[in-house]
Design a protein around this ligand. Sequence first.
Ligand SMILES: Nc1ncnc2c1ncn2[C@@H]1O[C@H](COP(=O)(O)OP(=O)(O)OP(=O)(O)O)[C@@H](O)[C@H]1O
Length: 300
Amino acid sequence: MTDTAMEAASLGKRFGRRDIWALRGCTFRLPTGRVCAVVGPNGAGKSTLLAIAAGLAAPTEGTIEMLGTPPASARPRVGFVGQDKPLYPQLTIAEMLRLGADLNPGHWDTRTAERIVADGALDTKARIRTLSGGQRTRVALAIAIAKQPELLLLDEPMADLDPMARHEVMGTLMAQAAEYGTTIVMSSHVMADLDGSCDHLLLVSNGSVRLAGDIDELRDAYAVVTGPAESGDGLAPHAVVESRIAGRQLTALVRTAGRPLPERWHADRPSLEELVLAHLRASQTTASISAPAKIEDNAA
Ligand SMILES: Nc1ncnc2c1ncn2[C@@H]1O[C@H](COP(=O)(O)OP(=O)(O)OP(=O)(O)O)[C@@H](O)[C@H]1O
């Protein structure tokens, strides 16, 4: 047994021969038993990372291990739902679930699969090709979860779901994590889906990991500070990730790492969204970072 769900070292992926990298120099470690949000703008490299983790694409350079082994050998212990929700359109839902059972002998929980489908009020006689995007997502999730994986990789699982279905599916995922200790790694653009549900963050931008670690620890290590614009120099000992001036007031995200701030500054613990947005804006104007803003949870 390993306590590491996913570990990458200098991971890189280049598509084609052009010198354009979808991922480059990604080093991080994700412990088991966590619900990890993979966040980043369009084209950041999230899907590429999840496809490599699922064993569906090979890295160009560097290494990645899933549950202590290469992705291909971890596959029986990993459930993956990609953005395109690969299902057989000509099969009915019932036939699709039976196929899932046949492909996962000894690793299949029929009741869970049927419950997740029933929660969406789906008719199991309906053919996959007649389902909406959100209904397909539900069937794909039912299959991935019924496989009883140790690790679930989900690429934007909420994208096609309406707000009520989102809430309900997130509840199913959290129950799975709590009951079986399943590690969940999911990408999303919707911070509201992630805040309060995820306890670990992997922030990817331009193919690099900008921030990684336990969300509570990250929020403790940073502060949103406000104060008079002319006293901005007083922040100098701290790493300023991003700062903005509105009128006479300066607002900044700083990495305090527990060190006290000058008294004239008002400091608040950042929300997950504030942490993410400040790092993303800073990654687009790297000049505004006065010290390395990236902290690793536990760099290998
Ligand atoms: N099969 C491919 N061939 C060539 N380039 C690719 C391929 N797949 C991805 N890319 C490129 O790699 C980069 C990262 O893409 P990726 O799909 O991983 O981003 P993403 O973070 O998942 O984006 P989104 O949030 O829009 O889904 C993009 O520039 C994309 O154009």
